[in-house]
Write a protein that binds this ligand. Structure first.
Ligand code: AMP
Length: 288
């Protein structure tokens, strides 16, 4: 195992990665840092499937719709570097703001109707920022395989479609969500939850579980499923449901009558922290 190297400049990254070409697949895991077991799962899978692994840490201002969220976003670079070293990452890319955006970009990626619903409806410009930085990072790194979490289902669907639409020569790999014992999806923002909020936080996962159960059991009426599932969240002064939707997993357009696989996704404010989660569901086919 080679020791972890860290680079700040795209030219240095290209030089290192260029020397690896022909020596087996190169894997890439883009992150915003504050690494946790969810990120580790992505890195471990990349490590298993690729000869070399690159991880990037860049808190991308272009995708933050609220200045306070950007300012409060946790930054733990030293601990992150230690995790990457432990997991056998070959190269850690830590670009500065100046490196990624020497000038504000004139050209950005418009995810179109894929950003109309779910988080996109509540975070104007967020997915334009995500798609733009991911395209830049994919172009800089030139990896064969790039790993993204299913936890951010809308992001994963947009990245998959962008790579197809723009002929980016990379395979996008979706990785299942890592959860706490009570079902809460791991997130860098979970550290902001106080003890009381932490107890309420799994409610979104519970609502998704109810929706999944109803859909698997043959309930085809999306509105009825949403109503029954969101009742599970209950009312509490600390909770505010932002959305709970059932959409087509590829187009991300709302589904009214459930006839095949769907994506059920929600965003729940717990105190001042916004949590997202989702599940894939499908009616169980009747036995013959
Ligand atoms: P972030 O640092 O939040 O931008 O996340 C970097 C990558 O890690 C994204 O592809 C996320 O979808 C993925 N990720 C975040 N949380 C989890 C989780 N709990 N399980 C699996 N993947 C995750």
């Amino acid at each position: 195992m080679t020791p972890l190297s860290q680079v700040e400049h795209a030219v240095d990254l290209r030089r290192s990665v260029g020397a690896w070409h022909g020596g087996g697949p190169i894997g890439f895991v883009p992150t915003m840092g504050a690494l946790h077991a969810g990120h580790e799962r992505l890195i471990e899978q990349a490590r298993r499937e690729c000869a070399r692994v690159v991880v990037s840490i860049f808190v991308n201002p272009l995708q933050f719709d609220r200045a306070d969220d950007l300012e409060r976003y946790p930054r733990t670079i030293e601990a992150d570097a230690a995790i990457c070293a432990r997991l056998g990452v070959d190269l850690l890319f830590l670009p500065t703001l100046q490196e990624m955006y020497p000038t504000p970009p004139a050209c950005t990626v418009d995810p179109g109707t894929l950003a109309e619903h779910l988080c996109g409806a509540y975070r104007p410009g967020h997915f334009r920022g995500v798609a733009t930085v991911v395209l830049k990072l994919l172009n800089i790194v030139g990896a064969d395989r790039a790993y993204f979490g299913e936890k951010d289902a809308q992001q994963l669907a947009i990245v998959r479609r962008m790579v197809a639409d723009f002929n980016v020569p990379v395979t996008i790999v979706g990785v299942p969500t890592i959860r706490e014992g009570d079902g809460l999806a791991l997130s860098s923002r979970n550290v902001r939850l106080n003890a009381q909020e932490r107890l309420l936080a799994p409610r979104l996962h519970q609502a998704l579980g109810t929706a999944d159960h109803l859909i698997a059991g043959g309930n085809t009426d999306a509105d009825a499923v949403k109503n029954a599932a969101t009742r599970v969240i209950g009312s509490d002064d600390l909770l505010r449901l932002e959305y709970f939707e059932i959409v087509d997993p590829d187009t991300l357009q709302p589904v009214e009558a459930i006839a095949g696989p769907v994506l059920v996704a929600g965003a729940l404010w717990v105190g001042g922290t916004r949590l997202i989660d989702n599940c894939r569901s499908a009616p169980t086919s009747p036995r013959h």
